[in-house]
Design a protein around this ligand. Sequence first.
Ligand code: NAD
Length: 502
Amino acid sequence: MHSTVQPEPTLERFLMHIGGESREAAGGRWLETNNPYTGRPWALIPRAGAEDVDLAVRTAHEAFSTGPWSRMTPSDRGLLMYRLADLIAANAERLADLEVRDNGKLRVEMLGQMKYLPRWFQYYGGLADKIEGSVTPVDKADMFHYVAYEPLGVVGAITPWNSPLLLTAWKLAPALAAGNTVVVKPSEFASVSMLALARLFEEAGFPPGVVNVVTGLGHEAGEPLVEHPLVARVAFTGGNIGGRKIYEAAAKRFKRVSLELGGKSPNIVFADADLDAAVDGVISGIFAAGGQTCMAGSRLLLQSSIHDRFLDMLVKRMVEARLGDPNSPDTDIGPVATEQQLAKVLDYIDIARRDGARCVLGGTRSTRQGCTEGWFIEPTIFADVTNDMRIAREEVFGPLLSVLRFETEEEAVALANDTPFGLAAGVWTSDLGRAMTIPKRLTAGTVWINAYRVVSYLAPFGGFKESGIGRENGQAAIMEYLETKSVYIRTKPARSNPFTLQ
Ligand code: NAD
């Protein structure tokens, strides 16, 4: 639970980043940020309010409209992004350490993400000077017409705790390449790595004010950012409750938004699959990162003929999974990120039991040695789940797998699509025809065949249905940070009837 505190000397203090300067919150308030492995606070972050957000947005707006950033060529913007990529690579270990302390995910996972992060800035840095307009062969005499793409202004980026910098990069890199300026509001549970990253922007040569960071709670710092009249676009990754509020607030001002929300993704295993590989894929879908990923394969759909055998294989593998210190290379599963999340997952375990699902693994808070202080949950598998149960319909965001049974491909597709979400789906099969045809039948933004939890800066990512609006990554994502301008120029003086459309 977060508490507002006066700073104690023992807790490290991190400052916000506005206009290239380090700042406390105007109100002088702080939030504790906790280490999920110890269950104790380890640092303090400023608890910003509307006044701080206003300052950050005005600073970003000034940098956008009159600062050196506004006069910089796209090629030069790209070069800054390359330099930033190098700095991130040089600081990868430190950034990974900060993320592990804040969200409890495995160091090996966070370090992998930090080493991959520079690619986003390199890729979009390379795209910065390749945004070409076009000349239209317009059907008007003596008229020249062209299309130009222009940055929007200030982008508000609001991000969750599970992969703090990776998910911020998905927004920052295309937004900056397109020429916008940005105010980031990271999760109150995992802000520290973003505060550390912010300092690297000026070191790379970005003018002050191009990237600003305010920290604090969703309703105190996030809402004023979404509502600020100088914020042109909101890029949000998070849960559906916050996402809905943001969509409504943005609609009031017709703001552009992208929403990367939750999921209840199916991982479908057919009898003809390589079952060992499928077991790995199912584990990576739901137990990697303790199930705290938007794309978690939280519904396992098993073909009846292999149901019992596959479940046995999966349980045997998971019994051996090691819970513990996320910094240890021997650990497979760390704690969940917050105390609230711990309570929420335990709640869903109770709900599953009440709804009649059969617990075949875990189902409790962990009492293993080294796991009692932090927020550890035993990897949990429920069999005999039906698709109307709450654990099959609602996002849990923890190490809880719901197992369902199907007979035919028709039935598998129907079950897979019968969900309000549509973020991702995995399919395990050795039938080439099925591998080629099933993606089209699944209502999901990403489909993996014989793979799970693969992402790339080159591949669009986003959701169908309640999993969100818009796409991140890939070439098209940069267009989400640009407005299209249509320009007509008369090339020869002429007069025409002013009372009719020309
Ligand atoms: P969350 O929605 O609670 O918080 C996300 C961010 O939004 C935080 O910075 C929070 O302070 C802010 N926020 C919350 N309410 C707000 C409001 N009304 N106005 C403005 N800002 C507000 O999400 P979380 O618990 O941090 O993260 C977990 C959720 O994120 C899960 O639902 C998960 O599926 C989703 N997620 C989605 C993706 C994706 O790409 N689709 C990726 C990762 C996580």
